[in-house]
Design a protein around this ligand. Structure first.
Ligand SMILES: Cc1cc2nc3c(=O)[nH]c(=O)nc-3n(C[C@H](O)[C@H](O)[C@H](O)COP(=O)(O)OP(=O)(O)OC[C@H]3O[C@@H](n4cnc5c(N)ncnc54)[C@H](O)[C@@H]3O)c2cc1C
Length: 441
């Protein structure tokens, strides 16, 4: 008979929530610990008193080919809070010369359909697509520029902005393996996998709150403002979890899933390698209703703005791989991007209330060397598993990757308790020592 199992999930970002949701219906008792006041991590909504509105830390875009994310959304409910675009159409503008164009990936798998002009940016030639084929047919993980020519109209007017958003790293130096996987899951599958999905009424309403309700229904305990400070580990397994002022002893069959950012996991698990180089994302929210005829998202070339998102109550700019931008003041960033946003949206008015949100460590830098540092979900400690967008998911640090990582950890946890093998088998070699009691605040 399978003994009762407690699963302690540390971190209520999407990876932790995904693991919790997967395990909630298995009979395991879920304990979810989150250091912040609310769940969501890097994908969250909050009330901004200056803008007088509920807003998100950053604009998040998913595509209909993100099947792990959609599967998670089906499980938790709340689909009505996600807006799935009826067609796969991407609007672009070049602010240097005012050119505007739209790209609609063809129905049917790549490369069929690229003969259609609607599938190509202006001036892109068919032979430019051979460069994408070179990337797709390559095998090893090197910077993309070693696999294909990072130049030409197709690259600058479509591929670069798309890969920059997906990888949060300048594509020329980014991981070719991660780029291939992104393209395999989306563009290579044609229009049906490229329809944009946005949480138009906020990330938390769509992706976080329904997960918490689902977990509550299944009896999971949720602890907020509860930071895990350390783990006691033997040579083989974890024996207790430490919080500010108290500890929890783990039962022999208990499992811990660490779904925190890599910096913390690293302090707890001796010897674990994790990515250690991060890229920023900067978002600028402007409290002005988007004009009705403005596309929900517009890719912007030749400007500081990279993507302009249109919401009912705000216009919002996203800039990826924005480390250099951090040197500028918020006022400068807001003024520059407002000038650009108001040109694209055709608004002639003074700058409205604004907020610059700097996420300095938005994601790990998706370079081949950082990609090689990503650990799997298993650790040397039999009852400790890892989850997070930075683990070895084969995907960049995205919603899709975070959710996939949670599912992977949940699958391994299930395998552990299906075998009904108490993880904490006491042997003389496994005398408890606090080898990783972290003082992380
Ligand atoms: C500005 C921005 C824009 C983005 N845009 C997109 C996009 O358009 N599309 C896309 O797919 N992805 C996007 N992403 C990436 C996406 O948000 C992340 O990949 C995803 O949210 C990561 O989830 P996670 O659970 O792995 O990590 P996190 O969200 O970081 O969750 C980790 C959680 O652990 C908690 N924690 C940390 N330490 C402890 C502790 N000791 N005890 C308890 N809890 C702890 C943290 O508070 C946090 O809630 C964007 C990210 C940012 C920042």
């Amino acid at each position: 008979m399978t003994p009762p199992v407690n699963v302690h999930i540390v971190g209520a970002g999407l990876a932790g929530l995904s693991a919790a949701v997967e395990l909630a219906s298995t009979g395991a008792t879920i304990h979810l610990y989150e250091a912040a006041k609310a769940a969501g991590g890097r994908c969250r909504s909050y009330y901004d008193p200056h803008l007088h509105m509920e807003t998100d830390n950053g604009n998040h875009l998913m595509l209909s080919g993100n099947h792990h994310a959609l599967n998670y959304q089906e499980k938790i409910g709340g689909l009505e809070h996600l807006a799935l675009s009826p067609d796969a159409r991407f609007q672009f503008t070049d602010l240097r010369n005012g050119d505007r164009w739209a790209i609609a990936p063809p129905t049917g798998n790549f490369p069929f359909g690229i003969l259609s002009k609607t599938s190509r940016p202006p001036e892109a030639r068919l032979r430019d697509y051979l460069e994408i084929l070179k990337l797709m047919l390559s095998q090893s993980d090197t910077p993309i520029e070693q696999k294909m020519r990072c130049d030409g109209p197709l690259y600058h007017k479509f591929l670069r902005p798309v890969l920059l958003a997906a990888l949060n790293t300048d594509p020329a130096s980014a991981s070719s393996a991660l780029a291939r996987q992104v393209l395999r899951d989306t563009l290579m599958k044609g229009a049906q996998a490229c329809k944009p999905i946005m949480a138009r009424r906020g990330l938390s309403k769509a992706l976080i709150d329904p997960a918490l309700s689902c977990l509550k229904k299944h009896g999971a305990t949720q602890y907020f403002s509860t930071r895990v400070l350390g783990l006691s580990l033997t040579d083989t397994h974890a024996t207790s979890l430490h919080f500010d002022g108290h500890s929890k002893t783990l039962a022999p069959t208990d499992i811990v899933i660490l779904a925190t950012p890599p910096q913390f996991a690293k302090t707890l698990i001796p010897g674990v390698k994790t990515p250690d180089d991060f890229n920023a994302i900067v978002n600028i929210h402007f409290a002005v209703a988007a004009p009705h005829d403005l596309a929900p998202i517009t890719g912007v070339i030749g400007a500081t703005t990279e993507w302009l998102f249109a919401y009912e109550d705000r216009l919002s700019v996203t800039i990826s791989a924005a480390n250099k931008l951090l040197e500028r003041t918020n006022q400068q960033i807001a003024e520059d991007t407002w000038r650009e946003a108001s040109m694209i949206a055709d608004l002639n008015m003074p700058m409205p209330r604004w907020r610059v949100v700097r996420e300095k460590r938005a994601t790990f830098a998706a370079t081949p060397s950082q990609n090689a540092l990503r650990p799997g979900a298993k650790t040397p400690f039999s009852n400790v598993l890892l989850a997070g967008d930075w683990t070895a998911t084969g995907l960049p640090a995205t919603i899709e990757g975070a959710i996939k990582s949670g599912k992977t950890a949940a699958g391994l946890a299930q395998a552990l308790f299906a075998n009904a093998q108490p993880a904490n088998i006491d042997t003389p070699a496994s005398k408890t020592r606090d080898i990783a009691y972290a003082s992380y605040r």
